[in-house]
Design a protein around this ligand. Structure first.
Ligand SMILES: CC(=O)N[C@H]1[C@@H](OP(=O)(O)OP(=O)(O)OC[C@H]2O[C@@H](n3ccc(=O)[nH]c3=O)[C@H](O)[C@@H]2O)O[C@H](CO)[C@@H](O)[C@@H]1O[C@H](C)C(=O)N[C@@H](C)C(=O)N[C@H](CCC(=O)O)C(=O)O
Ligand SMILES: Nc1ncnc2c1ncn2[C@@H]1O[C@H](COP(=O)(O)OP(=O)(O)OP(=O)(O)O)[C@@H](O)[C@H]1O
Ligand SMILES: N[C@H](CCC[C@H](N)C(=O)O)C(=O)O
Ligand SMILES: [Mg+2]
Length: 494
């Protein structure tokens, strides 16, 4: 059988450091490894995962009914028809088993991981785009999509669980991928979703407040991010060169350098770095700058906007240089680079106003985007923004403050309220706000309509927080919602 098509159970579980077999002998052939009872096929191995919502151990009977021939469990189970392999921790067993089943797919291509609070999606798309333009076969995994060469696949998470990840790597192998670039979220690092993935290059964008609901403190958040660097090159001893690529202007850069045992390349604007930008000119249609590199200087004339885009281009240039791409190819690709969907995305219209859809959903990214707009806006700045429910509550007042400080008028509205009361989220944003240049319109479509209706010539309307998302999560309901389409609708109307 081909890798990923099947494996003997005994051989499959050999990678587990500790297990106990209950019920029967384990001489069966495993056709697939699954963590979801609904995905089971005849011959599957079902791994029970205790989740945040439900416990996979409760689905063992369904799994067996659906064809599972063996179970990996961390709890005693009453079922007797199939072998049960009892392990201390199924979440730690999962990446080991998935890796073994798919024959360690990430050893067969260069794997690049991009982490940081903001810019992961942008930087990983730029890296992938530069590599594609040199003719490489590539894979890409992140917030918007998974891509194998030019084919796009939907994703649920920025960084998927270990099973989906290894399965995807296997598919990328089959498509001949030479380099795979992926976003690595702090959740994924903390939860071990990337255990067993053989990273060759780790890229750090920046660290600012987000996800304190999950990590508790900024120190914990930094430690989670740093795992990508401490694990870099430790998984398997492949011969590919390893690099840690670090933003020298971020105050956590020294810590990340200490954490990494691999060679380091740096980038920055304000601090001497391996790749450094200077002579930066910010225009209303793009940014241009000179980039100092170990092999001389290159000039970049880009239609991407703002200082944050300079950082993202520096990160992508440093990373692709580490992959051996010639500087001229990097320069050519950066000059042609379009913005990623929902990242500083202009909405074309015949009015004299500018409308921009952006994914800023942290205090820092909102500040950066508004500062960028301020550099070229000759009229008033209107911002429509909300905060996600079931996410870091402490970022809410900070986002509201950034909006009022840097825009002329802020309209606070709903993002994805999820299980929370939208009015309460808006309350968290505005209760202690020491500004009056804002209004609250809970319904997002009405908020966008209001902003566009009231904008006059030379004004800019920034619609922030949801970027590429084509849905809105209200309670248990997910409705169609696309900021770009709604904006276009009202630009047509008014
Ligand atoms: C909080 C969190 O991380 N949740 C993730 C988790 O879901 P969960 O723990 O609720 O899973 P669950 O529904 O309880 O299911 C437990 C187990 O039972 C199984 N099950 C369930 C039902 C059934 O009928 N049969 C069955 O076997 C499930 O397949 C699973 O194995 O496991 C799921 C599968 O891997 C993830 O999709 C899900 O991410 C959710 C969607 C999520 O929103 N996560 C966010 C917090 C997140 O991880 N975000 C980061 C990006 C952050 C950033 O911007 O940097 C990310 O990487 O996406
Ligand atoms: N280098 C950067 N520094 C600060 N802000 C940035 C940077 N790059 C992008 N941004 C802002 O952050 C938003 C999100 O960018 P992007 O999607 O690239 O980040 P991300 O890290 O992938 O986010 P997520 O954690 O949600 O996946 C952009 O829309 C922009 O407003
Ligand atoms: N990856 C981020 C995305 C936030 C996007 C924003 N629209 C929201 O829903 O809060 C998160 O899960 O926190
Ligand atoms: Mg992302």
């Amino acid at each position: 059988m081909e890798k990923g098509d099947g494996m003997n159970l005994q051989q499959l579980i050999e990678v587990l450091p500790e297990y106990k077999i209950i019920n029967k002998d384990i001489d069966s052939e495993i056709t697939s490894v699954e963590i979801d009872s609904r995905e089971i096929i005849a011959g599957s191995l079902f791994i029970c995962i205790e989740g945040y919502t439900v416990d996979g151990h409760d689905y063992v009977e369904t799994a067996v009914k659906n064809g599972a021939v063996a179970i990996i469990s961390e709890k005693k189970l009453s079922i007797q028809d199939v072998p049960i392999i009892l392990v201390p921790d199924t979440k730690r067993a999962l990446p080991l088993l998935a890796n073994n089943f798919y024959a360690h797919p990430s050893q067969r291509f260069r794997l690049i991981g991009v982490t940081g609070t903001n810019g992961k999606t942008s930087v990983s798309h730029y890296i992938n785009e530069i590599l594609r333009k040199t003719g490489q076969k590539t894979g890409l995994i992140g917030t918007i999509e998974m891509k194998i060469n030019e084919t796009s696949y939907p994703v649920k998470n920025t960084t998927p669980d270990a099973l989906f990840l290894q399965k995807s790597f296997n598919k990328m192998n089959d498509a001949g991928a030479e380099t795979v670039t992926m976003e690595v979220s702090s959740h994924a690092l903390d939860l071990g979703r990337v255990h067993g993935s053989d990273f060759d290059i780790a890229v750090f964008t920046n660290l600012s407040q987000d996800h304190l609901d999950f990590h508790g403190t900024m120190d914990n958040y930094l430690v989670a991010k740093s795992l990508l660097f401490s694990q870099l090159g430790n998984t398997y001893n492949t011969n590919r060169p390893k690099f840690a690529i670090i933003n020298n202007d971020d105050k956590n850069s020294d810590f990340l350098k200490r954490v990494s045992a691999q060679p380091i390349l740096t980038y920055g604007i304000h601090t001497p770095s391996t790749f450094q930008a200077y002579n930066i000119q910010y225009g209303s249609t793009g940014v241009s700058f000179d980039m100092q590199t170990p092999e001389g200087n290159i000039s970049i004339n880009s239609h991407l906007m703002g200082e944050f885009s300079v950082y993202n281009m520096l990160a992508a240039a440093t990373c692709t240089y580490a992959c051996g791409i010639p500087l001229e190819s990097i320069q050519r690709a950066l000059e042609k680079m379009d913005s990623v969907k929902g990242r500083f995305q202009p909405i074309a219209n015949t009015k004299e106003i500018g409308v921009i859809v952006d994914y800023a959903h942290t205090p820092d990214s909102l500040k950066n985007v508004l500062k960028t707009i301020k550099q070229f806006c000759n009229g008033k700045i209107h911002v429509v923004v909300g905060c996600g429910g079931d996410r870091d509550r402490t970022k809410r007042p900070l986002m509201a403050q950034a909006a009022c400080e840097l825009a002329d008028l802020a309209i606070f509205t709903s993002d994805n309220p999820r299980s929370e009361d939208p009015a309460q989220i808006l309350n968290d944003m505005t209760t202690d706000l020491a500004y009056s240049n804002f209004k609250v319109i809970e319904d997002r479509e009405s908020a966008i309509r209001d902003a566009i209706k009231n904008a006059t010539a030379n004004d800019i309307v920034l619609i922030a927080g949801k970027g590429h998302e084509t849905y809105q999560i209200l309670g248990n309901q997910t409705i169609d919602f696309d900021d770009a389409k709604i904006a276009a609708k009202y630009l047509e109307k008014y």
